[in-house]
Design a protein around this ligand. Structure first.
Ligand code: AMP
Ligand code: MG
Length: 343
């Protein structure tokens, strides 16, 4: 497996005979071809790193599940180069979904739509819907474009971590998570640290009104403003709706996004534990400060790498003071509440 960076320098070279020396159009065309031939490519996006495969290739997609250790009935998000391809993957697209795509793509937002025949069971987890996103990252977009040029239609890419673990926000974190499971010919592309740091907002667009299935950087308020519709908030997992519809959003499972260390929220930390809080909050005596972000945006951006750092340091517990308020803070608290449930 080869890791290569956006600037072209190889930062790690793992037991493979092949070097990809430059992230040029030529090397991206080769990466796209590798995808077309059924290989896996971990790629940077603005939210977190994804583990990509040709979304129309059942055996390639099956390998994603295997490498992640993910149950096969959990749907994957299909990444596309532009909203031009929406109609290839989805049917009966409501006008509010078009408005959302226009305003927020490329960006950290996934639209769940009625699937077309192109979206087969192996990518939708057998659901009648498909999750679609145009990521806002130069490397991801360049790869999607190169993939399109050779007839590729979309890249299925869940977060590039083992099922239930913390999502990776750097190529090194992908390597740590999946290095043992990827094959010699698979690739990890390095596009630097993810700028958003938490997974995309997932919006169910199959009803009359948009409904948020997973909060993210595209907030409730932003969705209401663009659609001028009443948006329902995150689906309550215990609601009858959820149970009846059998919607499976793996990020909505109770135990998810969990480091090895036990996570405690808004509690007095014990000596020797890790500590994450906004910069304005002082570090209590005897704890190891893992991050001191200045803003909620920075909190989201550094959170997962701070949790990983706690694991690197072999800490058994990490205490986190959660940011308050709306917007992105809701997404952070959503992930943290699951993270605190453990592995
Ligand atoms: P990840 O990229 O690992 O954060 O996972 C993507 C999330 O999108 C998972 O929680 C999926 O279950 C969810 N997802 C993808 N497609 C659909 C869909 N058709 N319906 C509901 N959730 C979806
Ligand atoms: Mg995930």
């Amino acid at each position: 497996m080869v890791i290569f960076s956006q600037k072209g320098a190889i930062i790690a070279h793992m037991s493979s005979g092949e070097f990809v020396s430059q992230c040029t159009a030529d090397s991206l065309a080769r990466v796209a071809q590798l995808l077309k031939d059924g290989g896996l490519v971990a790629l940077p996006t603005e939210t977190v790193y994804g583990l990509g495969a040709d979304a129309t290739n059942s055996s390639a997609v099956a390998r994603i599940y295997k490498v992640k250790g993910r149950p096969a009935d959990h749907p994957l998000i299909v990444h596309i180069y532009s909203m031009q391809s929406l109609g290839d993957w989805a049917d009966e697209i409501p006008s509010y979904a078009i408005s959302l795509a226009r305003d927020f793509w490329p960006g950290p937002m996934t639209l769940v739509l009625k699937r077309s025949i192109l979206a087969e069971d192996f990518v939708t987890g057998g659901q009648p819907t498909v999750g679609l996103r145009v990521p806002d990252h130069a490397v991801a977009l360049a790869l999607l474009s190169a993939f399109e040029k050779i007839g590729g239609q979309g890249i299925a890419a869940p977060s590039a971590n083992r099922f239930g673990h913390v999502s990776p926000t750097t190529a090194q974190a992908v390597q740590e998570e999946l290095g043992d499971y990827l094959s010699d010919t698979d690739l990890v592309l390095d596009g630097g640290p993810s700028l958003v740091g938490v997974e995309s907002t997932i919006i169910d667009c199959t009803g009359e009104l948009p409904r948020i299935l997973r909060p993210g950087a595209i907030t409730f308020e932003m969705i209401e403003e663009v659609t001028e519709l009443k948006v329902s908030k995150s689906l309550d997992k215990n609601s009858d709706d959820f149970k009846q519809e059998g919607i499976r959003v793996s990020g909505s499972l109770e135990n998810h996004y969990a480091p090895k260390a036990k996570v405690f929220l808004d509690q007095q930390p014990v000596d020797g534990s890790g500590f994450i809080a906004l910069e304005s909050i002082n570090t209590p005596d005897g704890v190891i400060r893992l991050a001191a972000p200045e803003s909620v945006q920075e909190f989201a951006r550094v959170l997962y790498s701070a949790l990983r750092e706690g694991d690197h340091q072999g800490l058994s517990s990490i205490y986190i003071d959660q940011p308050s308020g709306d917007g992105l803070a809701i997404a952070i608290r959503d992930r943290l509440s699951r993270s605190a449930k453990g592995r």
